[in-house]
Design a protein around this ligand. Structure first.
Ligand code: COI
Length: 367
């Protein structure tokens, strides 16, 4: 994968004068959790209709100054991305398929009427941040530095139209497992009262509004002892879409993998696409199609479906043991993680951590 494309904006770096000490950083990296701690620096790039992208900076991590009339605060004109940086055994740090994130952010920008950030600037912004914050990439097994690029409309204007001013930022957060219990099977709550997306809506975009809509049903999932909520299609309320923050796969007993097709209202997960590729490489059939919740319920109950898993950048590949709804439970919460689920997880993480050959050219060195 080429590392040589140059960015059309040049970056200025302002180093933090209050950076954490090595001892403070080490104590955070020893138990990072997910999304709780942030590194010493961040990226910011401004955009205006007149000037395009300009004033690219790596600067000390800190609060944003926003006018109270900034459009993002009123009309939620916001998009984001998530990708991870992995430390390899030789100390080098790498990220996974960043072009795919850059391109998805461009699609999200189009849907949210935000400016598209060129791929070269997106990738350069990650390299520039890692040039100063690489020591924040942890090295313990299965830990990483989670990068959160995001874009907001920050024009001070209350009329409802796409903003003429926006800003792109990248913050970084050392990460262990997304789920508090680590890599062990989770239960999923079926939401029937709420939908995440609508036909023609923003479901395929990675925008904050989709996640805002998932929070109440996600709370319902927690109240029912489940780690994630499952949404069904908004038209018929029959077919699987995605979980609160990740895609979903089922494994049939003949080894076929089944995952909801990209319906226009689910997120085009980079991990989802990578798992499809790795499973096909192993000779498994992978079906991207409509999958009814009844198929999952019946299949889990009859043994036709032998494994289920969630996948995403944050979740990696997380086994699912139980599907629960208001009036049913299928699966066994004491069941061990599925064999194929764990094999795919291992293969993906082996590539990400440089433990196996990167035969698809997915990795890019950042520092
Ligand atoms: C990710 O997996 O990167 C996500 O964006 C999911 C979630 C943490 C919002």
């Amino acid at each position: 994968m080429s590392n040589t494309v140059s960015s059309p904006v040049s970056f200025t770096t302002i180093r933090s004068t209050t950076a954490r000490t090595v001892a403070e950083r080490d104590s955070i990296l020893a138990d990072p959790g997910f999304g709780k701690y942030f590194t010493d620096h961040m990226v910011s790039i401004d955009w205006t209709k007149e000037k395009g992208w300009h004033d690219a900076e790596v600067r000390p991590y800190g609060p944003l100054q926003l006018d109270p009339a900034a459009s993002v605060l009123h009309y939620a004109q916001e998009i984001f991305e998530g990708l991870k940086v992995y430390r390899h055994a030789d100390g080098s740090v790498w990220t996974f398929r960043p072009q795919a994130n850059a391109e998805r952010m461009q699609r999200s920008a189009r849907r949210l009427a935000l400016p598209e950030l060129p791929t070269e600037i997106f990738i350069e912004s990650l390299k520039q941040l890692l040039a100063v914050d690489a020591p924040w990439v942890p090295s313990a097994p299965e830990t990483s530095l989670y990068l959160r690029p995001f874009m907001i409309a920050n024009e001070s204007f209350l009329g409802v139209r796409s903003a003429h001013r926006a800003a792109y930022y990248v913050i970084a957060s050392p990460a262990g497992s997304y789920f508090a219990g680590g890599v062990k099977p989770v239960s999923i709550w079926l939401s029937t009262d709420y939908a995440r997306a609508a036909k023609g809506g923003t479901g395929a975009a990675k925008c904050g509004g989709n996640y805002a809509a998932s929070l109440l049903p996600q709370q319902e999932a927690y109240e029912n002892g489940c780690a994630q909520v499952l949404f069904l299609d908004p038209l018929e309320g029959k077919y699987l879409e995605e979980l609160g923050g990740m895609n979903v796969f089922l494994v049939r007993k003949d080894g076929t993998l089944v995952t909801p097709e990209l319906s226009g209202s689910i997120l085009e997960g980079v991990t989802r696409a990578s798992i499809i590729q790795l499973a096909r490489d192993r000779g498994h059939e992978v079906q991207e199609r409509k999958v009814s919740v009844q198929e999952w319920r019946d299949g889990f109950a009859s043994g036709e479906i032998v494994e289920a898993f969630a996948c995403g950048t944050a979740a990696v590949v997380t086994p699912i043991s139980v599907l629960k709804g208001a009036d049913f439970t299928v699966g066994d919460e004491n069941a061990p993680a599925g064999k194929l689920t764990m094999a795919l997880r291992e293969e993906l993480t082996n590539i990400q951590y440089g433990r196996t050959a990167d035969r698809h050219g997915w990795m890019m060195r950042l520092a």
